[in-house]
Design a protein around this ligand. Sequence first.
Ligand code: SF4
Length: 301
Amino acid sequence: MTLTDQKNPKPTAQQRARLPHWLRLPLPTSDVFISTRNLLKDLKLHTVCESAKCPNHWECWSRGTATFMIAGDHCTRACGFCSVTTAKPLALESDEPSRVAEAVKRMRLKHVVITAVARDDLRDGGAGHFHETVQAVRSVNPGIAIEVLVPDFLDRDESIDKVLAAKPEIFNHNLETVRRLTPSVRSRSTYDRSLSVLKKAKERSGGRILTKSGIMLGLGELDDELRSALTDLRHVDCDILTLGQYLQPTPKHLPVFEYVHPDRFEEYGEFAKTLGFMHVASGPLVRSSYHADEISEVAHF
Ligand code: SF4
């Protein structure tokens, strides 16, 4: 079945059960994995690698990298694809920025990705906490490339400005899926709001910042819908794109409609390049922060 054949995207039980060989990963033990885990535990830090049950958890931690998740591990939204806990949010920890900075130093990272849960309970959506964390990381780790992967901040100018004022190198905000599927996939977010956030980040930084976005495949999107979404991202001057396979984190989450073949990821990646993205990562196991440091080779931070 191809994407263009899909009329009614409801997966069969058989489709849900079968995991193709390109998604079956070995889980060997690794000393670096264990030291990464111990370091994060020691500094009481959350990662999206664990909270979102990322399939690359073993590989990334074994490379000595991880994506930090700040502002607690309770999210105010309940997106159908995401396994981060939805619950009453926790108070912000004033020493969290310095703990992230210390972790980055101990891990000797050259490129760090910092994300957060959505904090709709806070007036600034958590933008101030992002700002402080970026500044703390920079002050302890001069020369580092910092990528923020932010929620939509309800598209508030002042929150976007607050994050930009900390001068991260990359402003990442995921579109997650195509326009038609957005209401069923994302909680409270809208397709146009996400495009607006990316557009504002580029414009309000005076074009200085690199913007980045990601889309999950396999949720029932049609071929032309995906191509439209990629085109929409380029229309707001998005520089960097990630495309990866959606995997159902628990049986309570949205089912996988289709395991997209690696050849089609290749095809979509090639199409995206023709649209003018500076950098494209497209493959079944690609995630927003997967091998995020590779952009440094292209962008020369
Ligand atoms: S891809 Fe990103 S979220 Fe997943 S394990 Fe790697 S660093 Fe963590």
